[in-house]
Ligand binder design. Structure first.
Ligand code: NAP
Length: 176
């Protein structure tokens, strides 16, 4: 399987790409930053996304590129919405046009955070900050792009400063 990864130099991408390669997948690593053995791709540039997906013809695009600096999102909301909403819409539109499966990681930040029990996908979103709102807008636009098939995965990501990173896939389920 050929998998194009956006934001591959980030926390999740830099851990996931070697795992995918070890498991025999063909990985096309892309990021905004210049990366070794990878392709420069700015997801806010629709033409670039279309060209690179068209040229490399992946089976799946794992869209990990994002502005995850919550404080920067508060200070620069236009930048947050450009990256997290418009950038993701660009990837979604190209994938839809080229019939490529797209995987996208949302965030618990779409919820307010005041529920005592764990949130479920049926809880109404109510983001507390710009980061959460910029990710929630994507979910709304997916209703326009989606062909009716949606995969839900639950991913726990822990960041341990100075102790490396640990990623743990908890479970997966597919609905409709
Ligand atoms: N980490 C978590 O705990 C967590 C939890 C829930 C959801 N998520 C979601 O999982 C995904 C990956 O998160 P992450 O922690 O790996 O984020 P990350 O470490 O911030 O990585 C994001 C990557 O995207 C790159 N990027 C920035 N602007 C770009 C652009 N215009 N075009 C292409 N790439 C660009 C970043 O480059 P620069 O570093 O140079 O900006 C960085 O390499 C995101 O959608 C995030 O919202 C993460």
């Amino acid at each position: 399987m050929k998998i194009l990864v956006t934001g591959s130099a980030g926390m999740l991408g830099s851990t996931l790409c070697p795992i995918l390669t070890q498991r025999g997948q063909e990985v096309i690593a892309t990021d905004f930053a210049q990366i070794h053995d990878g392709i420069h791709l700015d997801v806010t540039d629709y033409t670039q996304v279309d060209e690179i997906v068209g040229k490399t013809r992946p089976d799946i695009v794992m869209h990990l590129a994002a502005e995850t600096d919550v404080d920067k999102c508060e200070r620069e909301p236009d930048h947050a919405f450009l990256m997290n909403t418009i950038g993701t819409q660009n990837v979604a539109y190209v994938c839809q046009k080229r019939n490529v499966t797209m995987a996208y990681i949302s965030t618990t930040g779409v919820f307010y955070g005041d529920k005592f029990e764990p949130y479920t996908e049926f809880d109404p979103p109510n983001p507390i900050n710009v980061y959460g709102r910029s990710k929630l807008e994507v979910k709304r636009s997916f209703k326009v792009f989606s062909n009716g098939t949606t995969s839900l995965g639950r991913l726990d990501v822990w960041r341990w400063p100075n102790k490396g990173q640990k990623i743990h896939w908890q479970n997966n389920k597919t609905n409709e």
